[in-house]
Structure formats: structure tokens, C-alpha cells
Ligand binder design. Structure first.
Ligand SMILES: Cc1ncc(COP(=O)(O)O)c(C=O)c1O
Length: 415
């Protein structure tokens, strides 16, 4: 576990928050250092036990036979889709809800984009008997309906956020506002390695179990480290979770795959960047309490982002990941909506695994650049795609893709 920073990652990170939030941030930093870094009261032991019993860790590292054959490289899948809840998000949500309990808080709030973090937080809160409210953009509520059902079934309130485009950026802003007025009794479970310190460090540490397990598993399987580790990047929590254990292994190429959306161009007039490729195209600025790379116009206004996958649709990125890209340790690449959709179908048809649209971006990179991942690659399969089925069918029908999803069976059944 890393304990080496003060919340700054080169030029990025820090704590850019209103005065009213400073006491809560300081209290959280103290709790993070004592319970997470120093294992006070056996916090980390309880966390690991619950991750195993409730979460189902360790997740497997699976050799993907068809993909390996097709791309002539050994492809291993880190199966975070098999974690309870269907995505890596539970690693962090369980850690933070448990931490809130140790801190004596009695209310949990969280933002969600794809709904996976909201679902994971609702599950963790029910598991640990804490009341929970989730803020979710109205656009995301409509495109991720199954996760809204899941949150409600786990007893969480879901508060629609109707400002802006109704996606993750607005949901985070609204949750921060709630936190600022209820700091005494409430803990804000942020869903990625974003926000003011200590969130980026703490979320990374809760997620780093992914890479720790994968590093052990690949060495057991092959006797060596992989040539590359590939993960999709929205805010970057599955990315840093997969990369952290490999950061000192200089020979291992760490590849962060962002959402190229429909185009890398930006429209200054409408304030829209039809992509979420913050690491590749963003500029330095401050958002949600941290200095990082952002999609912004020439006046510094945050642009509206876009991705076919709700969980990558964010104009910012974690400050640590931005720093690792600047310093050359992590390579930032991107694939567009169509490539991600094709990769989604390919993995479903060839490996029998329906991936989250977010994770499909990592496979899209393999599909487009099989020569750029070396002879042995570990791809983080951050989540499963059940939540994306409606979006995928709709988006696939609207495009002329190399793959076919014929759903005429429904019409035939009605005859
Ligand atoms: C399955 C899955 N993967 C990836 C992400 C992107 O988040 P992060 O970049 O923090 O891993 C999300 C976000 O909701 C997700 O649900």
C-alpha cells in the first residue's frame, strides 16, 4: 500500500474545496491515515475479510483462448465482472462505507454515473446497515435503468440530478453540495480516484487489490510478469487499481484506454467535446476539489463530455493518473464509440462474456492495436454488461458495424 504522498501528484491533486468542507476533509484524512494506512483497530483485516466473504475475492485471472488465438498474443482477463455487484466498484464502496462506520458517521451519500458505483454503495450500505442516498444525473437514470432498480431494491434513495446534461459531472457537484451542508453525520463515498485529497489516494488503495492479485496470478500462471496491463479510464479507479502493483515494474507497459466518443474534436461554440479523452486532449484546471486534466474551452469553462458508455462520460480524470501520463509511466490511448461497441460484441460472441461498455474500450484497443500490447497482456475486465444491454442494442441498430445483433426473434414470437 502506498503512503508516500501528501495528496499532490506533481502539479496535480490537492484540496480545492469551500471552507465549510475543510473540517470534513481533515477528519477523513486523519481516518484514512489511521485506519487504512496503519490498520488501526484491525480496519484493514475486517475490510479484507468482508471483501472475501461478501464480495467474493479473489477474482480469477482467466486465459482468453479465442482472443489470444485471434490476436496472436496471450490475453489474460482480470475478472472484476465476477465481483459481487458485477464491477470493480465494490472494492472501494465497501472500504469507504466501512470506514464511515469506524468514523461514527450514520448517513452515506454517493454520486453515480453508470450506476455501478451507486449500486455498489447501496449494497455495501445495506450490508453494513447504513442509510444511503445516491445522486444520479437524469440522462444516466434513463440509460442505466437496471442499476436504478438495483439501488432501490437495496433500500437506497435515488435523487435525480437535472442540471446540465444530467450526467456524472453534475451528480458529483450535487453530492458535494449535500456533503457541505451535512458534514457532521454524513460520509460522501466518492466513486473514483477524483476529488480532493485524501480521496484519490484512498480510492486507489481500496482498488489496488486488483493489481496485487493479478500480479501474483500471472506469475503463478506464466512464471513472469506481463508485457502490458490494459484498463479503461473514466475517472480512473479501475485503472489505478490495476496499475498500482505494477508501477515499479518498468518493463510492464501500463495502457489507459479512454473514450474517444464520436470525435476528438471540440465544439467551442456549443461547449461540447464529443468524447471523454481527458488524458489525451485535456488541459490543466480545477474540478471537484482537485487540480487535474480537464476537457475545457479556451476560457477555462468545463465542456460537456460524451461517451456511449455512461461510466466513462466525465470531463475530468484522477490527478494521479494525469501525473503518471505526463511523466511517461502510463500510456494514454483512446478508442471511439464504434470500436467499443464492436469489441463488446466480439467478447460476448467469442468468449461468452458480456462486458460493461466501459471495459469494452480496453478490448477495443486490443482489437485495433494487437501489436501494441506485447506477447502477454492482462486486460482488466472492470465490469459486466447487463446494465448496458438496452443501450447496446439501440446503438448497434443505428450504426453500420461489422457485427450483427438480430433481435427479430421478439417480433417472430408475437406472430
Ligand atoms: C464497469 C465500469 N468500468 C469502469 C468505469 C469507469 O470508472 P473508473 O475509471 O473510475 O474505473 C465504470 C464507471 O462507472 C464502470 O461501471
Amino acid at each position: 500500500m502506498s503512503s508516500d504522498t501528501d495528496g499532490k501528484f506533481g502539479a496535480y491533486g490537492g484540496q480545492y474545496v469551500p471552507e465549510a468542507l475543510m473540517p470534513a476533509i481533515e477528519e477523513l484524512r486523519d481516518a484514512y491515515e489511521r485506519y487504512v494506512l496503519e490498520n488501526e483497530d484491525g480496519f484493514m483485516d475486517e475490510f479484507r475479510r468482508r471483501l472475501a466473504d461478501f464480495g467474493g475475492r479473489p477474482t480469477p485471472l482467466q486465459y482468453a483462448e479465442q482472443l489470444s488465438d485471434r490476436y496472436d498474443t496471450d490475453v489474460y482477463l482480470k475478472r472484476e465482472d465476477l465481483l459481487h455487484g458485477g464491477a470493480h466498484k465494490l472494492n472501494n464502496a465497501l472500504g469507504q462505507v466501512l470506514l464511515a462506520k469506524y468514523m461514527g458517521k450514520d448517513r452515506i451519500i454517493a454520486e453515480t454515473g453508470a450506476g455501478q458505483h451507486g449500486t455498489a454503495t447501496a449494497m455495501a450500505a445495506a450490508h453494513l446497515d447504513m442509510p444511503c442516498e445516491i445522486f444520479m444525473g437524469s440522462t444516466d437514470i434513463n440509460r442505466q435503468r437496471p442499476n436504478v432498480f438495483r439501488m432501490r431494491l437495496n433500500g437506497a434513495a435515488v435523487n435525480p440530478v437535472t442540471t446540465g446534461r444530467g450526467t456524472l459531472k453534475e451528480a458529483i457537484s450535487e453530492t458535494m453540495r449535500d456533503w457541505a451542508t451535512n458534514v457532521e453525520d454524513t460520509h460522501y463515498v466518492i466513486g473514483s480516484i477524483v476529488g480532493p485529497d485524501p480521496f484519490p489516494r484512498m480510492v486507489r488503495d481500496f482498488q489496488s487489490v486488483i493489481g496485487q492479485e493479478a500480479r501474483e496470478q500471472i506469475r503463478e500462471e506464466t512464471g513472469a510478469l506481463p508485457d502490458s496491463v490494459v484498463a479503461c479510464a473514466g475517472g480512473g479507479s479501475n485503472t489505478m487499481g490495476a496499475f498500482d502493483a505494477f508501477r515499479e515494474d518498468e518493463a510492464v507497459d501500463l495502457i489507459a484506454v479512454e473514450a474517444g466518443g464520436s470525435s476528438l474534436d471540440v465544439d467551442e461554440e456549443t461547449g461540447v467535446a464529443p468524447n471523454s479523452a481527458t488524458l489525451s486532449t485535456g488541459e490543466e484546471g480545477v474540478l471537484h476539489g482537485a487540480r487535474t486534466k480537464l476537457l475545457q474551452d479556451s476560457d477555462g469553462q468545463i465542456m460537456e463530455s460524451h461517451s456511449v458508455s455512461a461510466g466513462l462520460d466525465y470531463a475530468g480524470v484522477g490527478p494521479e493518473l494525469a501525473h503518471l501520463v505526463d511523466s511517461g509511466r502510463v500510456r494514454a490511448v483512446n478508442v471511439d464509440d464504434e470500436v467499443a461497441l464492436e469489441a463488446f460484441h466480439r467478447l460476448s460472441q467469442r468468449e461468452g462474456i458480456i462486458p460493461a461498455l466501459e471495459s469494452a474500450h480496453a478490448f477495443g484497443y486490443l482489437q485495433e492495436h494487437p501489436d501494441a500490447v506485447g506477447d502477454v497482456t492482462v486486460i482488466n475486465l472492470s465490469g459486466r454488461g447487463d446494465k448496458d444491454l438496452e443501450t447496446v442494442i439501440e446503438e448497434t441498430e443505428q450504426r453500420d458495424l461489422d457485427v450483427d445483433v438480430d433481435m427479430s426473434v421478439f417480433a417472430e414470437a408475437e406472430r
